[in-house]
Ligand binder design. Structure first.
Ligand code: XIL
Length: 388
């Protein structure tokens, strides 16, 4: 049975209607062989991607497009729901759990022999809470109420998927990128202004619920100037977690690399950047943590030139980054935050000066592989093997 037919059987009527509405100018191009996951596998790793089934006509609605599913099925060994397992989706109202998105993606992944990873149990950033959490009345005993909410959520979500999710981002983005300090949230305030207590509780609850799952702290620190405080904050956090014996297995390095919100070209890894980044990764792995790349894409907002020049620059930049990352045997799974340019979340971020669509993914909006795809394959092929 081909991918599209098998999908039709798994999808409900709503998603099918959305899939039918997706532009279908071209039949899905066959993905090259060996797949990115096959190349990664030779070095003991897996390659995967985010899949979104949010607003169907937005970049998030990638899953509704059969061409997108074909690229993911052809290239990946695992997927991660872009939004569907976040608190706002899973517990949209107090005590009301909705697993429809996660279940649908799990069914599709299983049918295609793909694993699923979980993102995220707690996005430790006030901006991303559902309003009901932000406005929640924590009552006379705020600390117990915070504990109750957190443990109920984590326990319910972890147990729902059990061993079918092998790796969870338990906490996302707890360190303030500007100050390097821990972010305060409604939960940390309710628990006496101690964000570390929130993290301990979350990791311990996850460990008890899914003892064999890889538990990850995920964040977006980088080597770039201006990131010193963020890096140091993450290192200090990882140190404290280690000291207290909090069950954290790995650091998830989001890896939204490239020009970010800057207008200029990304700083290609010079020797200084490379030293800075290696020092950070050495410190992390020196403490005994594993590494993952959880959300890789290359923002070309500031990269000038024609399409071919931009694609070349993106591929070269990615290659330098991935070569460095993959020189660490502690680095396991590598996941892209989307496989095709038209479905990238970056299209909804600040635009390029020339207003042209960005080209941050391994495949173009025509669903054909780009130089970035070749660069990823080459980086995997030349990498050191992964070992724990
Ligand atoms: C983004 C999604 O891609 C968007 O669809 C959503 O609107 C906001 O979140 N870091 C993360 C991801 O950890 O969860 C974010 O995903 C991208 C940045």
């Amino acid at each position: 049975m081909d991918v599209t037919r098998r999908d039709s059987l798994l999808l409900g009527a709503g998603a099918l209607a959305a899939a039918a509405a997706a532009p279908l100018h071209a039949a899905p191009a066959a993905t090259p062989k060996p797949s990115l996951n096959a190349v990664a596998k030779r070095r003991g790793r897996r390659f995967g991607s985010a899949v979104g089934m949010g607003r169907p006509h937005h970049v998030e609605g990638a899953f509704a497009d059969p061409r997108y599913r074909a690229v993911v099925a052809g290239e990946c060994g695992l997927i991660v729901p872009e939004n569907e397992l976040k608190w706002s989706w899973v517990q949209p109202a107090p005590g009301v759990f909705d697993f429809s998105g996660g279940d649908r993606l799990l069914a599709w992944a299983t049918a295609h022999g793909l694993a699923l990873r979980g993102h995220n149990l707690v996005w430790h950033h006030p901006k991303w809470w559902p309003a009901w959490v932000t406005n929640h009345d924590f009552g006379a005993r705020p600390s117990s109420e915070a504990e109750r909410l957190l443990t109920t959520h984590i326990d319910t979500v972890c147990r729902r998927y059990g061993s079918r999710i092998g790796s969870w981002d338990v906490i996302n983005e707890a360190v303030d990128a500007q100050t390097g300090e821990m972010r305060e949230t409604v939960f940390s305030r309710a628990m006496g202004g101690r964000p570390d207590d929130v993290l301990d509780l979350c990791f311990r609850t996850a460990r008890a619920a899914v003892p064999h799952c890889q538990l990850v702290y995920n964040d977006y620190m980088s080597w770039e100037p201006g990131n010193e405080k963020h890096r140091n904050g993450v290192l200090r956090l990882l140190e404290r977690l280690k000291k207290r014996g909090t069950p954290v297995d790995a650091l998830g390095v989001q890896s939204h690399i490239g020009s970010g919100n800057n207008e200029g070209d990304p700083s290609i890894f010079g020797p200084h950047d490379e030293r800075t980044w290696r020092r950070f990764l050495d410190d992390v792995t020196g403490m005994g943590y594993q590494l993952l790349i959880t959300e890789f894409d290359v923002n070309d907002r500031g990269i000038k030139g024609d399409i071919a020049q931009r694609d070349r620059a993106v591929a070269d930049y990615a290659r330098a980054y991935l070569d460095l990352m993959l020189s660490y045997p502690q680095l396991g799974d590598v996941l892209a935050w989307g496989m095709t340019d038209d479905r990238s979340w970056l299209q909804e971020r600040p635009p390029r000066a020339d207003a042209l669509p960005k080209r941050p993914c391994p495949y173009g909006a025509d669903y054909r592989p780009k130089p970035l795809r070749t660069a990823i394959a080459a980086a995997f092929a030349g990498a050191r093997s992964h070992h724990r």
